[in-house]
Ligand binder design. Sequence first.
Ligand SMILES: Nc1nc2c(ncn2[C@@H]2O[C@H](COP(=O)(O)OP(=O)(O)OP(=O)(O)O)[C@@H](O)[C@H]2O)c(=O)[nH]1
Ligand SMILES: [Mg+2]
Length: 496
Amino acid sequence: MIRCCSTFRRVASIRHLTTKSEQLQRALASRPTIYALATPPGKAGVAVVRVSGPHVFDVWKTIVRRNGKGKGKDIMEHARLIRCELLDANDGEVLDDGMAVFFQAPASYTTEDTIELHVHSSLAVLSRLMSSLSALPGVRQAERGEFTRRAFEAGRIDLTQAEALRDLIESETEVQRKWARKGVEGRAKVRYEAMRNDAILALATVEALIDFGEGEDIEEGAWDQARRRVSKLRANIAHHLSPSQRGEIYTSGLSLVIFGPPNAGKSSLLNHLAQREAAIVTPIPGTTRDVLEVALDIAGWRVKVHDTAGLRPSSDVVESIGVQRAGQAVEGADLAVCVLSLPELVNNGFRVPDMIGKHVTQETVALLNKVDAVDPAQLGEWLDFARMALPPGTPIWPISIQRGDGMSELSDGLAEVIKHRFHSEGDEPLITHARHRAHLEATLRFLDAFLALGVEDVVLAAEELRYAAKELSKVTGLIDVEDVLNAVFKEFCIGK
Ligand SMILES: Nc1nc2c(ncn2[C@@H]2O[C@H](COP(=O)(O)OP(=O)(O)OP(=O)(O)O)[C@@H](O)[C@H]2O)c(=O)[nH]1
Ligand SMILES: [Mg+2]
């Protein structure tokens, strides 16, 4: 057995290094009170202005007058919404009547004393209220994401939860909302913490080895034990980094790329899906030159649909750049939809040009468009020939975008393909942001470096593990790395 007290002391001391200092806690208590509009600016029934910080009591006393009472005379009751008049702090004039609610620290979003003022949402009311607040001592306008940053600094949420809150605010589809909720609940946090814990336990073992050396005070096999733990952690992280575990598609959305030969009806399909004239459609082959993106909600998923230039050899500089971009877009697509023109296939003896054929796999959805323009008596036979021209097992849909044949089946079919292909049951992907991926990739490199070392290099090995643990800490923000924090919080709106 490794000496328990030694291991325990090491784990405790490493943890101590990574938690926030008391000094920081003191700094938090003396900071300014912040305010911001928490609702979108503009004309509306109600706007909510949030105020948080050590001067909240004074703010309330100065500008909130409960109906039927004197200014600030009522007791500030936690989480109780009251009808009130709101006064200008400069001259005492009633600027609006509305509602106010107080949240007593630490039972608030930021964990500080917080008030929310509900007023009529008009430019005049809000600008008067804002200037009144900024006139109060120790009070200033909040920066982007500052309320959330305070919640994070107080340890109420970790960085993955802060990111999930931003995702929730930005969610447009049901899948995005569901996944953001999971993050807000702290599911990712728990899993990242468990990984970090594994790295720390392995580090404690290795450090004990440095102090005592194997065989003396420490049980034989301690080094192997640490290596086993690291190998397991490495496998776990590698699994989460694998292409099948891309959780980013739940938050940022997945990309659907429409590709095919010129004039097949790719842009017509985009317009049909978007239900507007998003792309130019003409009978001239080579109309679309660049990649065009439209974000849509398909079956609750955020799907970024891309229209691309028709794939063909071209001596035209602009078109050939478009063709190159189209090829890259298909390569990077989560879902590729190939649009072919059935009359065109009939004319060229059912030959799919290589430039297109090389992108068609069993994962591709192939659409045989313009079925309205072929002889109905021969449609069945031609569809069979077309099927033979594509890889066996490729899902094929005969359609006419112009006449509407097969279009409602196509919409339902696409929704089914997306649900079936990207829905995850049980083994939930962990990585929902590129930032997490970057930290896990770096962790993996440090773990690999550790595993490449032998027991004779135990000091170096400990260093690699320390880096790995630090990299994992950056995901949840357990170690304050200013540039990581700034990058996360600057994505927020003011008022959150
Ligand atoms: N008959 C028939 N014509 C169609 C159908 N769908 C699209 N078209 C026509 O085919 C022509 C080309 O359509 P687009 O949507 O511009 O084709 P594209 O694949 O985007 O073409 P490029 O941008 O040049 O690569 C237009 O004249 C459309 O009106 C269809 O279902 N039937
Ligand atoms: Mg086009």
